[in-house]
Design a protein around this ligand. Structure first.
Ligand code: UT7
Length: 331
């Protein structure tokens, strides 16, 4: 019998309706379209405006999109993982609520939190359950309501992030398609450069932390940029080398959408032509855990069975890595 590999067999997505353009941001903070476009590649991002709705709202929508497009019965799902940096609330899992909302009544569920690498790490986790033969259908969702943790008076962060969600289904494959290799890294030196100071066990919420705006994302952009550029390129080059993939063998790069300049640097290191580099940062900004599945959803019709795809991400922590996957279907 052939070895079981873990293939992505379905994709779904959801972005909220409200479009926050660079022009609108320029009325809120001291910035302009030219600066944002040239420094990041972002033109607009989506924002979940509805009060009282969190990341699970978008996770449910993305999962429902996947289920309805593929006519799948949610009762067949064994496990739901929600990759997120913005869970609905502490303690009560976003994934558990999401699984119940979509009718995945036979599944167990949990959240996976690793900043902008949450979805990439989630791909590794989901694939491992499939490869071991333990489960047959693992639903991995990346969902983030970044607008809930962004300070819209801070021009260095508020221009970057947006809200959204995407979902993929992992299933066993015996044709050798799906996840081929991974190279995942992390380094705690990154903690001080990209974080939320308050609201965790080190500094619980108090009147003072609220007054000091410590519940919003802090980022030392320049330092994070430096690490992101070199590390994302390094791991992508490494996964190519390890799997003896030439630039011609790679069909697509699906990279975390944090800054177009970081993605371009990675593509350059891989010597890839522009059309192989999937991009939607101009439309959504950095949606943290949702960037990779949103790319798969936007470009689903382009991806063909057997295509060699390199995934790459870099995020807070620091966390980063790359995955080599063979696409398993034509849509
Ligand atoms: O997804 C998780 C990982 N995160 C990332 O990968 C993000 C990594 N970092 C970045 O993408 C970039 O560092 C930023 C987009 C955040 C910033 O771009 P930069 O080219 O690194 O700009 P900078 O921070 O070096 O700032 C350059 C100048 C500064 O002014 P001075 O000191 O040169 O006078 C900033 O004050 O641009 C100024 N600036 C702005 N100007 C207009 C900073 N933000 C803005 C803004 N509009 N929004």
């Amino acid at each position: 019998m052939n070895k079981i590999s873990a293939a992505i067999t379905a994709v779904g997505a959801y972005v909220p309706e409200f479009v926050l353009t660079n022009q609108i941001l320029a009325t809120m903070v001291d910035t302009n379209d030219e600066w944002i476009t040239s420094r990041t590649g972002i033109k607009e991002r989506r924002i979940l405006k509805d009060p009282g709705k969190g990341s699970s709202f978008m996770a449910v929508k993305a999962a429902q999109d996947l289920l309805s497009k593929n006519n799948l019965d949610p009762k067949e799902i064994d496990l739901v993982i929600v990759a997120t940096a913005t869970p609905d609330m502490p303690v009560a899992s976003t994934a558990v609520y999401t699984a119940t909302q979509i009718g995945a009544t036979n599944a167990f569920a949990y959240d996976l939190v690793a900043a902008c690498s949450s979805f990439l790490y989630g791909m590794s986790t989901a694939a491992s359950y499939i490869e071991s033969g333990r489960y047959k259908k693992v639903l991995l969702i990346g969902a983030d309501k970044m607008s809930s943790i962004i300070d819209y008076t801070d021009r260095t962060t508020c221009i970057i992030f947006g809200d959204g969600a995407g979902a993929v289904l992992f299933e066993p494959n015996q044709e050798g398609l799906g996840l081929q290799d991974e190279y995942l890294r992390s380094d705690g030196i990154g903690r001080e450069f990209l974080k939320i100071d308050a609201g965790g066990s080190i500094l619980p919420a108090s009147e003072e932390t609220v007054a000091n705006r410590q519940h919003y994302v802090f980022q030392d952009g320049r330092t994070v940029f430096k690490f992101a550029v070199s590390n994302m390129a390094d791991v992508s080059a490494k996964i190519m080398e390890r799997n003896e993939l030439s630039r011609d063998d790679v069909d697509y790069l699906i990279a975390h959408q944090a800054n177009k300049r970081i993605i371009d640097a990675t593509a350059k290191r891989m010597e890839l032509d522009e059309e192989k580099v999937l991009m939607n940062i101009h439309r959504y900004g950095n949606t943290t855990s949702a960037t990779l599945p949103l790319l798969m959803s936007d470009y689903e019709t382009k991806l063909k069975k057997g295509d060699n795809i390199v995934f790459a991400a870099f995020g807070g922590g620091f966390t980063w890595g790359s995955i080599y996957l063979k696409w398993a279907y034509n849509s």
